[in-house]
Design a protein around this ligand. Structure first.
Ligand code: NAP
Length: 470
């Protein structure tokens, strides 16, 4: 048997495991994850009100229950966990599918003011990520500015605009639901630095904003028309053309006076976050300690000849007690693996990890850490397959090395307490029970302690069962 470790149980990791067992009957896969729960961004990134995409978990589950695939949660690889070099001793091959774990920065003054968050922090909070320590996102806020016009920006805008009635049936943790239910945010600006035809959101996601109850989307025809492609969208790719059509229809619609408003803005580049009550200009260091964000200053831009933008020297401040920076994810280096800082990815050739430009036999990458944080969930399938083809081509070189038949005892000996599949199923049961006790359906456990308690409950009862005479 060829023993393979896949690090990461999000879509790219699960699709990699699936391809491996489908394409080779002599492969056995351990899917390792830092968290006790599988599914990566499908569990901790896909918005809770996107039930259809969330239901993808059922497909991923079927893969993880395959007889030659084993899920091992609560196994950290890298700093504080198993070093990649040790993992190579335990498995014939290791495929890193660790995604892009952090957010990109704007690099502008005031970015770290209280009240300014990355969209990733906000998403982690309402998705019950156990590492999410932050709270109080919407506390005291009436106006929010979301910077960026990608699908994550649309997600966070929509969640901010949804009421308790719509969020309650989701698996959102109770604390986030309670906070969002009492949110006073009624004005949300979602702002792009380029034009409407260059926005990164997809049309289905954009349209959803227009279907939110008690909410209207407001766009300014004059601002849209700054984009030459808005006037003549015929040469645009299909998604962008459809986006422009949706925006055009919204611009033409008369205001409804709905209690909540989403304002889509374009050609505004963020240059500074201003503390509440502060309207002075950018330069110079100001004492910001202890002060909250009060506004975002944008520079008006115009399109240049190359699809980019240039500044005009004219500025516009948008009031905001809450700022969500949604300008993309970024890969983080994993100690012991090479990393290209510029692209935020691991250097590779068709999925084979390159160390100093040479292939490192037995180490592979797939997903966002391989190609950067772009594409939808399905994009991970061909990406994983390419990597698996490379790995299987290398088989003869890989099996030359002797590895333990089962890595689990070695992982335990290294002080780790992996959560196996029954432990995860126990977490699922605990979440269903929590939901029932709150009069909701499933409600996610939001912290490490409750997740591990639920998982270990199962381990203990399993041990007790094993000790009983048959
Ligand atoms: P994204 O699609 O790359 O969008 C990032 C946005 O941030 C763009 O509008 C970009 O503008 C803007 N931006 C970047 N740097 C900026 C700066 N310095 N100042 C102002 N704006 C800046 O990233 P994402 O929204 O995080 O999504 C990541 C991936 O996940 C995407 O492939 C997305 O489709 C996918 N996703 C899909 C779904 C879904 O299917 N429902 C949901 C969530 C995420 P420019 O274009 O001008 O750079």
């Amino acid at each position: 048997m060829l023993n393979v470790a896949v690090v990461g149980s999000g879509p790219s990791g699960v699709y990699t495991a699936q391809s491996l067992v489908q394409l080779d009957p002599e492969v056995r896969v351990d899917v390792l994850d830092r968290l006790p729960c599988p599914y990566g961004l499908v569990r901790y990134g896909v918005a809770p009100d996107h039930e259809k995409i969330k239901s993808l978990q059922n497909n991923l589950r079927t893969v993880l229950e395959h007889e030659r695939i084993r899920f091992l949660g609560n196994v950290e690889v890298g700093t504080g966990g198993v070093p990649p070099a040790r993992l190579r001793e335990l498995y014939h091959a290791v495929v890193y599918c660790v995604g892009a774990a952090t957010d990109r920065h704007l690099g502008i003054p005031g970015e770290e003011l209280p009240g300014s968050w990355s969209a990733t922090e906000f998403v982690s909070w309402y998705s019950a990520h156990p590492d999410s320590a932050a709270d109080g996102f919407v506390l005291g806020a009436r106006t929010a500015v979301v910077i960026g016009v990608g699908n994550v920006a649309v997600d966070v805008t929509r969640i901010l605009a949804r009421g308790a009635t719509e969020l309650s049936p989701t698996d959102m943790p109770q604390a986030a639901l309670t906070a969002l239910a009492s949110s006073k945010v009624t004005e949300i600006h979602m702002v792009g630095r380029r034009g409407p035809s260059q926005a990164r959101f997809t049309t289905k996601e954009l349209r959803e904003l227009g279907a939110l109850p008690d909410t209207e989307v407001i766009v300014d025809e004059e601002e849209l028309a700054l984009d030459p492609a808005y006037r003549d969208p015929s040469g645009l790719p299909a998604t962008q053309r459809r986006n422009v059509e949706v925006l055009r229809a919204w611009a033409a619609a008369p205001p409804r006076g709905a209690p909540r408003r989403i304002r889509l803005r374009f050609f505004l580049r963020p240059v500074e976050l201003l503390a509440a009550g502060d309207t002075s200009l950018i330069e110079g260091s100001r004492e910001l300690e202890g002060r909250r964000v009060g506004a975002v200053r944008f520079e008006r831009t115009v399109p240049d000849q190359d699809g980019g933008i240039k500044g005009t020297g004219r500025y516009e401040d948008l009031q905001a007690e809450l700022v969500l920076r949604s300008v993309g994810y970024r890969g983080v280096p994993l100690e012991g693996l090479p990393f290209d800082v510029k692209s935020g990815t691991v250097p590779h050739s068709s999925g084979r990890v390159l160390r100093d430009g040479a292939v490192s036999l037995g180490e592979y990458v797939a997903g966002w850490i391989k190609r950067g944080p772009t594409g939808v969930i399905g994009t991970n399938r061909p990406c994983a397959k390419e990597t698996v083809m490379s790995l299987l081509e290398d088989t003869s070189g890989l099996v030359d090395r002797e590895v333990p038949e089962d890595a689990l005892p070695w992982l335990r000996a290294a002080g780790l307490s992996p959560v196996e599949w029954p432990g995860w199923l126990a977490i699922e049961r605990a979440e269903a029970e929590l939901g029932a006790s709150l009069g909701r359906s499933v409600v996610k456990l939001p912290d490490w302690q409750s997740l591990m308690t639920a998982a270990q409950c199962d381990t203990q009862s399993q041990r007790a069962r094993n000790q009983q005479p048959v």
